[in-house]
Design a protein around this ligand. Sequence first.
Ligand SMILES: Nc1nc2c(ncn2[C@@H]2O[C@H](COP(=O)(O)OP(=O)(O)OP(=O)(O)O)[C@@H](O)[C@H]2O)c(=O)[nH]1
Ligand SMILES: [Mg+2]
Length: 420
Amino acid sequence: MLSNDNDSSANGTASSIDVVRKKLLGYVGFANLPNQVHRKSVKKGFEFTAMVVGESGLGKSTLVNTLFNTALYPPKENTEPSNETVQTVEIQSITSDIEENGVKLRLTVVDTPGFGDFVNNEESWKPILDDIESRFDAYLEQENRVNRRKMVDNRIHACIYFIMATGHALKPLDIEFMRRLHTRVNLIPVIAKADTLTEEEVVAFKQRILADIQHHKIQIYQAPTYEYDDEETMAENKEIMSKIPFAVVGSDKEVEINGRRVRGRSYPWGLIEVDNEDHCDFVKLRQMLIRTHMEELKEFTNNILYENYRTEKLQAMGIQQDPSVFKEVNPVQKMEEERMAHEQKLSKMEAEMKTVFQAKVQEKEAKLKQSEEELYARHKEMKEALDRQRLELEEKRRRLESGRPMTPEKSKKKGFSFNK
Ligand SMILES: Nc1nc2c(ncn2[C@@H]2O[C@H](COP(=O)(O)OP(=O)(O)OP(=O)(O)O)[C@@H](O)[C@H]2O)c(=O)[nH]1
Ligand SMILES: [Mg+2]
């Protein structure tokens, strides 16, 4: 349980972070990242940190297990009659090194205890905000060091916020949390335990949630679109974005259907498959996090969310005054800013060059394909003409052999020249 002001025995959840390491088995789907990002990062490997937040019992820990494709929490031994997930009591960080086709990803998911069941819920967002900001602070502290070669980045790149599947509207608790956190973290709202709603209810609830979010001016994560993206990528991104808030179902147990074993939840009236896109949006959420939008989420965290935090922090320390004066008396900082601007420009140019290159390759490929088709058509035409000739010749030979005169053709020829 989260500590709150009324609970004197609690000693601050953010500080007690327990790290569990596990090896992930099975296919996840981030291996085609090399198409999206620079070779260098492919070699170094990727790092991504997500956090799950929401009221108690909404299935956060279960979803983390589902995401890692394995039971990260050892199942309670012989706990009859049920072997349900243990209630989370502290902020816990689960890391897994995944390797797929030679591409490495270190995925960390920070699981938080549910909130919402205190007598006073007013500040239930506070421990989460503190945790996120303390990660920014740790990064800032490293940036200020002389040797910055070994920077450890524990910042949260995405916060999956669980909304109870009431089918009505957002609760004041949800609104308060998101309003407090949206300037600090990429918020990705999800409808928890979506299997408890019907398909129509999910559609209506999604609309209601988005309307509430807009009404309260909450900034949830929005993926940028690039004009250079190919159509397929654009369509895929649009499809993923259209599913937000993702209706998720979590399960770390397998059920059998028609001889197949699938991850899901079974009911007297049927079975909900976690990995079936017709049943829920779990696959879309996973795709977004570790395949299609991983780099975007990290960039937004670094360039916007963290940068804003840093500026605010410096201002709070009284370093704002006149920015131009500040720059003049701080050549080091000025150089640093210039260096960063330059780096940003370089990486932008690099990205642009890459897209142009890709477009060129595509164009060339299309041209090659076209000339190949033309060649093939010509070849076919020639072959047909030859076949026709061969048939004619054979026909002639047959006639000659059978001793028939070739009059019809001769007279035809004559007539033709005559007419001319
Ligand atoms: N119907 C349904 N039940 C679920 C789903 N996910 C989890 N549950 C069940 O909900 C209960 C609570 O799940 P947890 O994963 O422990 O929830 P939590 O959000 O981690 O809870 P706290 O740790 O207390 O914050 C368990 O009995 C799960 O089996 C789901 O998608 N659908
Ligand atoms: Mg939990």
